[in-house]
Write a protein of this length. Structure first.
Lengths: 979, 143
């Protein structure tokens, strides 16, 4: 064999340049092929870019050369470098008359450009022209480009032509036209909403390829609107039946399964159509049952169809027989040695348990096996299954497992995901408060930076509100246990910021509530946190506010407050901070400490985070103050809308004002810069605020901020403070009791600002989780039953029940393993036969090879190519040349024959199932058409054999020419992929 | 939309063919390919041929030195995609005869043409080898 190849190479040495490619291209491919590292590859590509830039600037580049340059450019982009300097050449090549060049041009353009690229506009015209071409291959090339390049703005330019092409005589064109329409639908459904009936029509196309393609858009349409397509159920069922009965041409077979990809798509569609619809589902039972029976379970493709059937069965209205068949397949999948099949089995199990929970029981061990498997993919799929099976009795086991896994992975995307799952399950099924807090602590500790901030707020809310029962002691216990656990954790290094915020907040609210810890102990801890995370302003803010709360509670309880020295220094440090927020908090803290017990009590009532705050949006309590000021000669407040109207006509600053209020795009030019006026604004002098001074726009922000803190402006809509919907934080007394002075209103704002953020997110989350709980209740009974059988009820049936295994597993996962071994052994013996058959070797493919080498000497590829290049010789050298030209080649006339006969029969047919039946019988089963089909197939197989000897010889020649042997740098380059 | 991208990558992690069915910028592609390839190459023969990556599910299959990676969304049938890959390789094999990595490198455009026939808008639209290859062979003859 090896010898033959060598001989082949020797013989082919003479005919070099067989691919019609230049030395440069060969060198490029060779050097890329042999590049050892990414860096080397980059160097080669950068050099190539320089070469191409030089070459492309040369005048009068021959077209063939240009095609090669384009492919080299494709390489450049494929290997991660920018080739935008040459996009225009790709665009130009789409204008070429030669089909191969045109198609290469289109290919390059679709690879290079997004559908909103500026150059697309230059192609639309060409596409329009090509869609009208009488060479169907040109039309196909254009339709390929349409699918990639046309966006919602350019759809109208090609839509009429695409619709016209739906009735083209060539099935390849009809197929691509359908897909172009599908693309338009994806891009802009409204543009083609009046054309959707075309998809129904093409479903009855006499060509199975067109019919199969049409299933793609129909699937999308049905996903969105099931009810409008219920009438097609009969058709889909009938098509599926015929496909399964091998009524389609043999060329659609794959590994002796009839048109498996069409079957799978049909099953997907049926799953949609039969969901929650008993009547519709009943029409499908027979055909799906047939598929279960007929499918070859030894091939991958057979199993793919079986898996899809299970998906279908678990989606449509349940049928006991089908469920049984599905369960059987699942158990075979799970018992298989192939990880792929196990994966599919776990997924299928997750679908089926919704309907028949009892089937999970028999697969407990298999599921545990998959969970313990080192393969991440399998493990994750199994977590997905467990997630679906979780209930309060097994939540601890499952969440523990999830957290263990979460801790040991680095993939942040999945970590976030599984942390979210843990939180969700914990919130829904937590068996005890203590467990809940512990679980959340673990999640925060290990994935705190990845979980949604909402989760943190949710946790704070849960701790503050308790679990909804009216049992105060339970809530107190919950808080105490939270405080205890946080005090334990707080010393750990590098805690996530979000977690620290929760800790600070809880310690501030409840640190001294149960009297177990002294205020100095808690404040000391909080100071430590602020110090340890001095870069994190949010944490520091939480910490200092927590300290303030502790002191406030102490004062209002009548105890004397001794500020710790470290606390003192922290406050001093923060009051000089660059962050105004921190500064403000520090000053607030100092101010609060100076107040007497009664005042503090009303500012900071203890444990009032759940109280509602009523907001006086009009700030009516300031009326007196305002009246006094006006009496003393201050100008009255002018509401902003009046103010801006006034300014519009009079002052120079109107533009600025206008700008602030509209926030739109400005189309006029900006005015010339004025001499900058230093933003000197005295916030306490309210009179300066009333009429905004014309100012350069850059100072506006400062101005605005300052204005917000002034009394007279505080009622305007410019305020950053959004108090609507504020609830539960430090209660109403704090708000209304504050004295009406500017200095006092600021602290309130920030305090409320914080509380508002927390409050609103908490609220929305609360609502969400409530909804979740509600929806959960509906499936709960099923879930409970299943999970009890899987993880509960221990030693009833199984020798080693999983729930026990878990409890042992914590101590020694060994025990589980060993107990599983005997069972595994049984499984393997059972599945040996299935396992060996799992991947059948591709058979048909090696046929061509021996003949290729033997016949090689008789064919001179070079000469053949030469002949091909000469257009006048086309008809004489080959029967099938120049498509679409006047001398119609045999094979094409055959195709045409077929489609015309088919068409004549299709015209009369409607969408009914009978119609499809008729089409298929007329198209594929009658004697004449099968004959034609046979000829066509034979013809095409001849065609396909043609290039084989030539190519493999040339390949070998190239190997030689480039001086590369299988032993050199990259031997794999020559390895048969299917060898 | 089903298939989001198709990649052919060799054992060294070098891209041999890339086709995306949704537009990604050059940087995004580069990053995505790097991450995916690293993930897939690290796996052994026994493990699943499926890997989750961000929002994608990657179905991959190895032939000699070449990995075929198909990125799909969640609704796809992984086994079917696995067989789609094989169908693609069989089709290339029929055309090139004992197809190898070098064939794809020298005939990058042809490999793309085959894909264009097989997949449109991320959907598998043609699975008959003769239908897939017919236009390519006609073009070969004509040019």
């Amino acid at each position: 064999m090896e010898q033959l190849k060598t001989i082949g190479r020797e013989l082919a040495m003479g005919s070099q340049g067989g691919f019609g490619q230049s030395k440069e291209f060969l060198d490029l491919v060779k050097s890329i092929g042999e590049a050892r590292s990414k860096a080397e590859e980059d160097r080669i590509v950068l050099h190539e870019i320089e070469t191409l830039k030089r070459r492309l600037s040369e005048p009068d580049i021959p077209k063939r050369k240009m095609k090669e340059y384009l492919i080299r450019l494709v390489y450049v982009e494929m290997l991660g470098h920018d080739a935008s300097f040459a996009y225009i050449h790709a665009v130009k090549m789409t204008h070429d008359d030669n089909l191969l060049l045109k198609r290469t041009g289109y290919l390059a353009v679709t690879l290079f450009l997004s559908d909103d690229h500026d150059l697309i506009i230059l192609i639309v015209n060409t596409i329009q022209k090509d869609l009208r071409s009488d060479n169907y291959l040109v039309v196909c090339a254009a339709l390929n480009a349409v699918c990639k390049l046309i966006n919602d703005e350019t759809i109208p330019a090609v839509l009429p032509q695409v619709v016209e092409l739906l009735g083209h005589s060539k099935e390849a064109v009809r197929k691509k036209a359908i897909m172009a329409l599908h693309r338009f639908y994806q891009k802009c459904p409204s543009a083609v909403s009046h054309l959707l009936s075309n998809f129904r029509k093409r479903l009855c196309d006499n060509d199975p390829g067109v019919m199969g393609a049409t299933l793609c858009p129909l699937f999308d349409l049905i996903t969105i609107d099931v009810n409008s397509y219920k009438d097609l159920i009969v058709s889909f069922v009938s098509i599926l039946k015929q496909v399964a009965e091998r009524r389609l041409p043999k060329s659609y077979d794959y590994h002796s399964m009839p048109a498996p990809f069409i079957q799978i798509r049909l099953l997907k569609i049926l799953a949609l159509l039969g969901r929650d619809d008993k009547q519709a589902s009943e029409k499908m039972y027979t055909v799906v049952g047939d598929i279960f029976r007929k499918c070859d379970s030894n091939s991958n493709i057979g199993n793919a169809i079986l898996y899809e059937s299970i998906c279908c069965v678990s989606s449509i209205y349940p049928n006991p027989k089908l469920l049984e068949a599905a369960a059987e397949v699942i158990s075979r999948f799970l018992k298989s040695d192939s990880h792929n099949l196990k994966y599919m089995g776990i997924d299928a199990l997750g679908r089926l348990i919704k309907i028949s929970p009892e089937i999970a029981e028999q697969h407990q061990l298999a599921v545990i096996d998959c969970l313990e498997d080192p393969d991440d993919t399998l493990k994750r799929k199994t977590f997905e299954l467990l997630y679906k099976m979780t209930k309060s009795s097994n939540v601890e086991v499952i969440v523990d497992r999830m957290i263990d896994y979460m801790i040991c992975i680095n993939d942040n995307h999945y970590k976030t995901y599984i942390a979210g799952r843990c939180v969700e399950l914990a919130e829904q099924f937590a068996p005890s408060n203590h467990w809940f807090i512990q679980t959340m602590n673990k999640v925060f500790e290990h994935a705190g930076d990845l979980v949604n901030v909402k989760v943190a707020h949710n946790l704070m809310r849960l701790i503050a509100e308790g679990f909804g029962e009216d049992d105060d002691t339970a809530d107190t216990q919950l808080r105490s246990s939270a405080v205890e656990s946080y005090l334990r954790i707080i010393g750990e290094p590098k805690l996530p910021s979000v977690f620290l915020q929760v800790i600070c907040w809880v310690l501030g609210e409840y640190g001294i509530a149960d009297g177990r810890h002294s205020s100095s102990y808690i404040t000391g801890k909080l100071c430590d946190v602020a110090e340890a995370y001095s870069n994190d302003e949010t944490v520091k803010a939480y910490a200092v506010t927590a300290i303030m709360k502790i002191y406030a509670f102490e004062i209002s309880a009548g105890r004397k407050v001794d500020m710790l020295p470290e606390c003192q220094s922290l406050v001093e440090e923060l009051s000089a901070s660059h962050s105004t927020d921190l500064q403000q908090r520090a000053y607030e803290l100092q101010a609060v400490i100076g107040l007497d017990a009664r005042a503090v009590e009303s500012i900071m009532p203890s444990d009032a985070s759940c109280e509602d705050i009523e907001v006086d949006k009009d700030l009516s309590f300031l009326d007196n103050f305002v009246a006094q000021s006006i009496e003393r000669g201050a100008q009255p407040y002018i509401p902003e809308n009046e103010r801006s109207g006034m300014l519009n006509i009079s002052t120079f600053g109107s533009q600025d004002q206008h700008e602030v209020s509209t926030h739109g795009l400005r189309f006029e030019a900006y005015e010339l810069p004025k001499a900058p006026v230093p933003p000197r604004v005295a916030p306490t002098v309210s009179s300066t605020e009333l009429v905004p001074v014309p100012e350069p726009s850059y100072s506006r922000e400062t101005h605005q901020a300052a204005a917000a803190s002034s009394v007279s402006d505080s009622g305007s809509s410019e305020l950053k403070l959004r108090l609507d919907g504020v609830q539960k934080k430090w209660g109403r007394p704090a708000y209304s009791s504050s004295t009406p002075s500017t200095s006092n209103s600021t602290p309130q704002k920030t305090v409320n600002g914080v509380s508002q953020d927390v409050g609103s997110t908490v609220n929305s989350k609360a609502r969400e989780s409530y909804d979740l709980k509600k929806s959960q209740v509906e499936i709960n009974p099923e879930k409970q039953k299943l999970a009890a059988s899987l993880f509960g009820g221990s030693s009833k049936t199984e020798r080693k029940p999983p729930s026990a295994s878990h409890k042992v597993a914590k101590a020694s996962s060994h025990a589980t393993e060993s107990s599983l071994v005997p069972n595994k052994a049984v499984v393997t013996t059972e599945v040996v036969s299935a396992g060996t058959n799992h991947q059948p070797p591709p058979d048909l493919l090696d046929l061509g090879e021996p003949s290729a080498t033997s016949s090689a000497p008789f064919i001179d590829p070079f000469k053949q190519l030469e002949g091909l290049l000469d257009p006048t010789l086309v008809s004489s050298t080959t029967n099938n040349g120049a498509s679409g030209s006047s001398n119609a080649p045999d094979i094409m006339s055959l195709y045409a024959d077929m489609s015309t006969t088919g068409q004549s029969s299709s015209t009369g047919n409607s969408v009914s199932a009978d119609g499809i039946n008729a089409i298929f019988t007329s198209g594929f089963s009658t004697a004449t058409s099968t004959d034609q089909g046979g000829v066509a197939v034979a013809q095409s197989s001849q065609l396909s054999k043609g290039p084989n000897p030539k190519d493999s010889l040339e390949k070998d020649a190239l190997v030689r020419q480039m001086g590369v042997n299988p032993t050199s740098q990259n031997p794999n380059l020559f390895r048969d992929l299917l060898g | 939309m089903g298939i989001r991208f198709i990649l052919m990558v060799n054992k060294q992690g070098q891209t041999r063919l890339a086709q995306y069915y949704e537009y990604l910028t050059l940087e995004e592609r580069r990053a995505l390919e790097g991450e995916i390839v690293r993930k897939c190459l690290a796996r052994n023969e026994q493990q699943c041929s499926f890997v989750e990556h961000r929002n994608y599910k990657i179905v991959y299959r190895r032939y000699a030195s070449l990995f075929f990676l198909v990125g799909v969304d969640n609704e796809e049938n992984e086994l079917a995609i696995l067989e789609f890959i094989h169908l693609l390789v069989e089709t290339m094999d029929r055309h090139f005869g004992n197809v190898c990595e070098l064939d794809i490198m020298f005939h990058l455009e042809k490999a793309h043409f085959m894909l264009e026939e097989m997949v449109m808008n991320g959907c598998v639209v043609e699975t008959s080898k003769s239908n897939i290859l017919a236009p390519i062979q006609l073009m070969d003859k004509a040019s």
